[in-house]
Write a protein that binds this ligand. Structure first.
Ligand code: NAD
Ligand code: UDP
Length: 338
């Protein structure tokens, strides 16, 4: 069992991963500035795990704060979630995104190196495949420039990590390329709690269902897909969290930098999400068709065979589980953690 530093652990994917880490017997130290995360989510994680974790409030852009954590704890490995993630916002304020995501990551890697900690799991994204690759995406496809600044930061960090691992064989790095994380822990105690108007489909759907938003706008219905709406590869957040625990054990026993897709491999359309949500949960989602959203690709989904073969990871949850669990979380927490 190991001592794991989890940056961004108070956020959506981070909190679910902390729970899985505790359940697997690891010690967890969360480092988060709470800009988009919540202390309450960590309290609930502790209750669910019946175990405690340590929380340090701090910003990954601050070298001193990071160095202090590595001095105060004997860290074995890092899972790095912290960063900003809103695609639209990244187009408005690129420098802020470069600062949090790229500069913040560099500070973290420097502190790790100084402390002699070289095992890392990094939250990457399918966005690094860019617009030129056909689905299903495979890890060894040449990456291409994403069409937004958020995606660009993920590509830059991946490339830095590859170069660091080439230059110094002590590094052992997992690049987990997430597809579309949705769902929540079965208990309904932790889940996604976006601030302001949600950018992503799933929290928008659940907020319409609970009456916080009037209706769902489906962006585009003339795409070359089975029903004209975009297709994505939705993955249950608990399956995603479990992939981190497996990637971590893999990295604690290997060297180099390796990428894994974390998706189900099944393309699901936006319309299918709305219709299945209504059927599974017995709730209507008032909907309109709207213009295409700039930058959206018609369809993307994973070839997830590498994660299965090398990490022994396979998704356990169905689409129905994802939609039932998203609703269960929203229903029990109409205003999120607040
Ligand atoms: P989230 O916003 O819920 O979690 C991110 C956490 O990082 C938050 O708790 C926030 O307070 C913290 N944070 C942000 N900037 C920080 C900083 N400078 N210093 C310290 N803490 C900081 O997001 P999430 O959905 O849980 O995503 C986690 C990671 O996964 C992110 O890196 C994101 O880019 C990546 N990712 C997310 C998705 C998705 O659809 N949710 C898809 C692909 C990749
Ligand atoms: N989408 C939508 N209405 C919304 C939010 C999203 O139709 O209010 C669509 C979006 O156009 C995309 C899909 O849902 O085709 C998934 O979008 P999301 O932002 O959740 O994730 P992305 O795939 O862009 O990372």
């Amino acid at each position: 069992m190991a001592n794991i530093l989890v940056t961004g652990g108070a956020g959506y994917i981070g909190s679910h991963t902390c729970l899985e880490l505790l359940n697997a017997g690891h010690e967890v130290i969360v480092f988060d500035n709470l800009s988009n995360g919540s202390g309450e989510s960590l309290r609930r994680v502790e209750k669910l795990a019946n175990n405690s974790l340590d929380f340090v409030q701090g910003d990954i852009r601050c070298q001193d704060e990071l160095d202090r954590v590595f001095q105060n704890y004997q860290i074995d490995a890092v899972i790095h979630f912290a960063g900003l993630k809103a695609v639209g916002e990244s187009q408005q304020i690129p420098l802020t995104y470069f600062d949090h995501n790229i500069a913040g990551s560099i500070q973290l890697f420097k502190s790790m190196q100084k402390a002699g900690v070289f095992s890392l799991v990094f939250s990457s994204s399918a966005t690094v495949y860019g617009e030129l690759n056909p689905s299903p995406y495979q890890e060894d496809m040449p990456l291409s420039l994403p069409n937004n600044n958020y995606g660009y930061t993920k590509l830059v960090i991946e490339q830095m990590l590859e170069k660091m691992a080439l230059a110094d064989a002590r590094w052992s790095i997992a690049l987990l390329r997430y597809f579309n994380p949705v769902g929540a822990h079965k208990s309904g105690q932790i889940g996604e709690d976006p601030r302001g108007i949600p950018n992503n489909l799933m929290p928008y759907v659940t907020q319409v269902a609970i009456g916080r938003r009037e209706k769902l706008s489906i962006f585009g219905h003339d795409y070359p897909t089975k029903d004209g709406t975009c297709e994505r590869d939705f993955i249950h957040v608990v399956d995603l969290a479990k992939a981190h625990v497996l990637a971590l054990s893999n990295r604690l026993n290997n060297q180099g930098c390796r990428a894994w897709n974390i998706g189900t491999g099944a393309p699901i359309s936006v319309l299918q999400i709305k219709e299945t949500f209504e059927k599974v949960n017995g709730v209507q989602i008032p909907t309109e068709f709207a213009e295409r959203r700039s930058g959206d690709l018609p369809a993307f989904y994973a070839d997830a065979s590498r994660a299965k073969n090398e990490l022994g990871w396979q998704p356990q949850y169905t689409l129905e589980d994802m939609l039932a669990d998203s609703w269960n979380w929203q229903k029990h927490n109409p205003n999120g953690f607040s």
